[in-house]
Design a protein around this ligand. Structure first.
Ligand SMILES: C[S@@+](CC[C@H](N)C(=O)[O-])C[C@H]1O[C@@H](n2cnc3c(N)ncnc32)[C@H](O)[C@@H]1O
Length: 391
């Protein structure tokens, strides 16, 4: 497809990128949002759509980290081939020189000895193509670019895309203050979906920190898009940006709710973290509908079976202390939270084993660079829990 057609066409190739291990979770969400013929890739899902879909997904998709639109695919045999192919693209159709740009992506090819070099080549081709037209060159801004391109080289195959999100979509715009180990917002949304929470059973995060899981759960349950507070989208800086279309999509999204379908409750034993979580919640209409207590997790009780998703501490303490904490968590689940379902994300194997309940399910996931396990534990009423003990 020619670039002009990509920018104006009613059918474009969209790639939604995600974190490791969440491809199926993202695909499930995309299906629910009405997309079909999905191709599941490594850390991404590809499908056909329109520019309206691109705007819609940037706002509504909770599990993607960016939404790409393919602009060109070609084969290269040398470094020079990459420059030459990029120099043929009329970049001035995409953006004007007042906008800063950056190129990000991934290189899996032996053609390049230095993995930074292909990005430099594409940058040079973009700058030269403006210069050759006698137009002033646009500036590169790595930290806060207004226009972002995605370069993906797999062996000889190159895919160039527009990253229509720009800054990753986990920068939701609602989290002003965090603790030392906040959960990534997109990871939180993916964990909630992966857990298959029905949005009706009362939700508890007893180690809520800055409140990420509580906020993502409330957004999901209320149907408010996770990115409702976000201002930045790189598609707004493209020449083909349609502000009226974006406004229509934004205006038709749910923003205000007066009730939630269930109780959403959090807690943390640090007063400072509770304040931070409350501050992060303040921006939402469900602010007063989510309860946050300053308390130890063991003080939580639920009269009805609850659904727990939580991210307890894992790295910063001595192993022995962590084992005690997780073992107490197991006791609390078995004796206080009977009939509940709990999902725990943690990187500490010793800790997770100390819970003393057999996990029903386990998923390998990453929280930033940290490899974690996300485990489901179910507790039954009364003595049945004793059968669940594992070594
Ligand atoms: C990994 S952090 C949670 C981060 C959170 N998911 C977020 O996105 O900000 C773990 C939290 O557990 C809290 N914590 C530690 N021990 C606790 C206990 N016994 N009861 C309740 N909270 C505790 C810490 O204060 C910390 O905020």
């Amino acid at each position: 497809m020619k670039l002009k057609d990509v920018l104006n066409s009613s059918e474009i190739i969209i790639t939604a990128k995600c974190f490791f291990g969440f491809e199926e979770t993202l695909a499930e969400e995309l299906k629910e949002l009405g997309f079909n013929d999905l191709i599941i890739l490594n850390r991404a899902v590809r499908f056909k759509g329109t520019w309206k879909d691109v705007y819609f997904l940037n706002l509504h998709c909770r599990c993607a980290i960016s939404i790409l639109v393919e602009i060109s695919q070609f084969v290269i045999r040398s470094e020079k081939d990459l420059y030459d192919a990029c120099a043929k693209i009329d970049w001035s159709l995409i953006f004007d020189t007042k906008k800063s740009f950056a190129i990000k992506g991934a290189i899996f090819s032996e053609i390049f000895k230095n993995t930074h070099y292909p990005f430099l080549l594409v940058k040079d081709a973009i700058v030269d193509s403006f210069r050759d037209k006698g137009i002033e060159r646009p500036n590169v801004d790595i930290k806060k670019p207004q226009v972002v391109f995605d370069l993906y080289v797999n062996d000889h195959q190159v895919t160039l895309s527009l990253n229509t999100s720009g800054l990753p979509l986990f920068q939701r715009g609602y989290r002003q203050s965090t603790g030392e180990a906040p959960l990534n917002e997109v990871v939180a949304a993916c964990l909630i979906r992966l857990s298959k929470w029905d949005k009706k059973t009362d939700f508890i995060d007893p180690f809520c920190g800055s409140g990420t899981l509580l906020i993502e759960a409330a957004l999901y349950a209320s149907g408010i898009p996770s990115n409702i507070e976000r201002q930045h989208y790189a598609f707004k800086n493209l020449k083909n940006y349609q502000p009226t279309l974006w406004q229509e999509i934004f205006d038709s999204a749910t923003r205000i709710v007066r009730e939630l379908p269930c109780k959403i409750t959090g807690g943390d034993n640090s007063d400072e973290m509770v304040l931070k979580a409350k501050r992060n919640l303040r921006t939402f209409s469900f602010n007063r509908l989510v309860t946050i207590h300053s308390r130890d997790f063991k003080e939580f009780h639920s009269e009805t079976p609850a659904f727990i998703i939580t991210n307890p501490p894992y790295g910063e303490r001595l192993t022995a202390e962590i084992e005690v904490l997780y073992s107490e968590m197991g006791t609390w689940l078995k004796h206080t939270m009977t009939g509940s379902e709990a999902w725990v994300i943690s990187s500490t194997q010793e800790g997770l084993n100390s819970i003393g309940l057999k996990p029903e399910k386990k998923h390998k996931v990453f929280n930033g660079d940290l490899e974690c396990s996300f485990r489901q534990f179910k507790t039954f009423s009364g003595s049945k829990n004793e059968n669940y003990k594992t070594s």
